[in-house]
Design a protein around this ligand. Structure first.
Ligand SMILES: CC(C)(COP(=O)(O)OP(=O)(O)OC[C@H]1O[C@@H](n2cnc3c(N)ncnc32)[C@H](O)[C@@H]1OP(=O)(O)O)[C@@H](O)C(=O)NCCC(=O)NCCS
Length: 176
């Protein structure tokens, strides 16, 4: 029987995170603003620092999905400042071996749950316009296009469309 686990990454997970993130950048170069060539040069301290709760990760929700203990997916919710009412979704990736089985939706729902618990109003992301799997996922969850598209990278021919999800108050607080 297979077991899927989604959990928050902590500092001690930096090597797993590094491996998975670099794999995602190699696997899906058109899905991310950053690149394998850029991040492979990071020192190990940078990977630790990304996950350090006393550092940038203080306002972040870095999630990993594991299937039978093997890392298969990533998603980051990020607040750029503690006063922000909008979270940003970054680094969303599911291993091609297990796509189409609901892992991406589960990861995203966990980020939404976190953002609601933080009392935020919106989740914002940017998706490559030709990435139909991701665009469909975000639309079925309720994300809507906002603003005009921009280039994925300075020299890229691909465009990204900003999308955002308005977070409703949860049912319990609506009925009070
Ligand atoms: C986008 C991605 C994260 C989706 O993960 P996933 O685990 O395959 O997604 P799920 O199985 O949870 O699918 C959820 C919904 O997404 C949509 N979807 C997923 N794969 C799809 C595909 N190949 N074509 C069309 N829609 C698709 C569907 O709406 C699906 O809902 P349904 O099952 O009710 O039809 C995954 O394809 C991926 O990692 N792609 C490469 C990296 C990437 O593009 N990241 C996004 C950066 S913005």
């Amino acid at each position: 029987m297979s077991s899927l686990n989604i959990r928050v990454l902590n500092k001690e997970d930096w090597a797993i995170y590094k491996e998975l993130r670099l794999l995602s950048l190699q696997d899906s170069p058109d899905s991310f603003g950053s690149s394998y060539e850029h991040e492979v040069l990071f020192a190990n301290e940078e990977w630790v620092s990304r996950l350090d709760p006393d550092n940038r990760a203080k306002y972040a929700r870095p999630l990993i999905a594991e299937l039978n203990g093997v890392a298969i997916g990533l998603a980051w919710g990020m607040l750029h400042s503690p006063c922000d009412k909008t979270a940003h979704l970054y680094q969303m990736w599911v291993s091609s071996r297990v796509r189409g089985q609901g892992v991406g939706r589960l990861l995203l729902n966990k980020i939404i749950e976190w953002a609601k618990n933080c009392g935020l109003d919106y989740i914002y992301l940017a998706v490559t316009t030709t990435n139909m799997a991701a665009v469909h996922l975000y639309k079925t969850i309720g994300f809507e296009p906002c603003g005009s598209s921009e280039r994925l990278r300075e020299i890229s021919v691909l465009s990204v469309q900003p999308m955002r999800l308005k977070l409703c108050a949860n049912v319990a607080s609506q009925t009070l």
